[in-house]
Design a protein around this ligand. Structure first.
Ligand SMILES: O=P(O)(O)OC[C@H]1O[C@](O)(CO)[C@@H](O)[C@@H]1O
Length: 447
């Protein structure tokens, strides 16, 4: 079994009957997803993506990844939201946070840009690249998202100055809409190799499409294994008549806890390699569920680091939260604790034990303490952090998210709320067409 959901941290907060009552609702929501019979049904391509994907494009992704590895020292990945979080989460999940420093020979450094508007962050990457060779993977369905569009304008220019227009064309890979949009038009005009953001897959569900797969493959990760993991999860979580299916059970648990006033979910990890996985999860659930004045607020935490900061609140603060802990059983590599003469740090009782052993006791001890403090804990135990398990876990959360949205009575596949800040920003920047709004907003800012 690739992963297992454990009820240990939930038994004092709900009983099996409550879960049974949820079963018919979850089954109905599953039908809505499988039969594409409900809101957002134009965006359900992710449901079968692990088996129903463009095999010819998949082979092209693998080829492009090899070409990137051969021709550059640095790959710059430009995108925001669903157009970057999945790839970065996968790379860090499989290779760790320091992947750029510990990568093997022949693998480029990979930096993610265009996911903020910080000139400092952008200039740092330019400095890091220095005189070295680089390639660009620009990822944007629309091609008009402000953050990646600014970064791409700057890096396209840099690339053309360094390699000439012809040379740059071979170093820029565009992942975008198959037919429309500003980036597609530009890619056609300039002759970039393009990859497709499928029409029926929203950004936050797109990691297993070219959006995630090209940067992941370029980082040296086996994307075929990743798809295999996702395909096995799809198989395991396609249907079921009871909540024995972990994915259905998780969706039911979330809904039960939400109805009991637990409006915040903290996705907890015990390894910095999973921090970006937490960021990916946040977009997935926040854009899917947080609407119509409803939804569980998704946040993430890295333990034991955050036990020394927000741990106090989780143990003892407002009782409106629950935790979902992703515990990875096997570490990428382990360390054994040695002996110290005089035992000044008091750690000799751990001599000969591994750090992962200590971490596992921190996990168990925290679980019991937080449950005693009134914070329900969903436990998701994963065997390993590799490509297969990333694919598996990713599909588990995507499917649970679709089910959760329908259980909540919202359309999980739109994100109308994201437009509000953009409209204001465009108006304040003086974008043509926003003249009236500009006056109104400036008066509000000044008054
Ligand atoms: O790929 P695009 O069009 O640049 O959009 C990027 C992101 O912006 C959003 O549309 C809004 O946050 C996300 O859903 C998407 O992942």
């Amino acid at each position: 079994m690739a992963m297992e959901l454990k009820m240990t941290g939930l038994t004092s907060f709900m009983n099996e009957d409550e879960l049974k009552y949820m079963n018919p609702l979850v089954q109905t929501c599953n039908k809505m997803l499988l039969e594409k019979s409900a809101q957002g049904n134009d965006f359900l391509g992710w449901v079968n993506l692990p088996v129903d994907y463009d095999k010819e494009e998949f082979a092209r992704i693998q080829e492009a990844a090899k070409k990137i590895q051969k021709t550059c020292d640095v790959l710059v990945v430009i995108g925001i939201g669903g157009s970057y979080l999945g790839a970065r989460a996968a790379i860090e999940f499989c290779l760790g946070q320091m992947y750029n420093s510990v990568r093997p020979e022949g693998i480029p450094e990979v930096y993610f840009l265009g996911n903020n508007i910080s000139s400092g962050a952008l200039n740092d990457i330019i400095k890091i690249i220095g005189d070295r060779d680089f390639c660009i993977n620009v990822i944007s369905k629309s091609g008009r998202t402000t953050e990646p569009a600014i970064a791409f304008r700057i890096f396209k220019d840099m690339c053309e100055k360094k390699y000439g227009k012809e040379g740059a064309k071979d170093r820029i890979f565009a992942t975008t809409d198959k037919a429309r949009g500003a980036l597609k038009e530009l890619a056609n005009a300039e002759g970039y190799e393009t990859f497709v953001v499928p029409d029926d897959v929203g950004g936050r569900f797109s990691v297993l499409s070219a959006v995630g797969l090209l940067p992941i493959a370029a980082a040296g990760i086996d994307i075929a294994e990743m798809m295999r993991g996702a395909a096995e999860a799809r198989e395991a979580f396609t249907d079921g008549t009871t909540l024995d299916n972990d994915c259905f059970r998780y969706a039911a648990i979330r809904n039960i806890l939400y109805r009991k006033g637990k409006g915040t979910e903290i996705l907890v990890n015990y390894d910095p390699a999973l921090v970006m996985f937490g960021e990916w999860y946040k977009q997935l659930f926040a854009e899917s569920e947080g609407k119509d004045l409803k939804g569980i607020f998704p946040v993430s935490a890295a333990f034991s680091t955050d036990l020394h900061s927000i741990g106090q609140f989780i143990q003892d603060g407002t009782r409106n939260l629950f935790e979902t802990v992703v515990w990875v059983k096997e570490q990428r590599s382990d360390v054994t604790i040695g002996h110290m003469d005089g035992d000044l740090d008091g750690l000799n009782y751990l001599e000969g034990k591994t750090m992962q052993f200590v971490n596992s006791k921190a996990y168990a001890g925290t679980l019991l303490a937080h449950v005693d403090g009134g914070a329900p804990n969903v436990l998701i135990e994963v065997d390993k952090a590799d490509a297969y398990h990333f694919g598996y876990l990713c599909y588990f959360f995507e499917k649970a998210c679709g089910l959760s949205g329908y259980l909540l009575g919202v359309n999980p596949f739109n994100q109308p709320g994201v437009e509000s800040y953009k409209k204001n920003m465009f108006a304040l920047l003086g974008k043509p067409g926003f003249e009236e709004e500009k006056k109104i907003l400036e008066a509000r800012m000044n008054g």
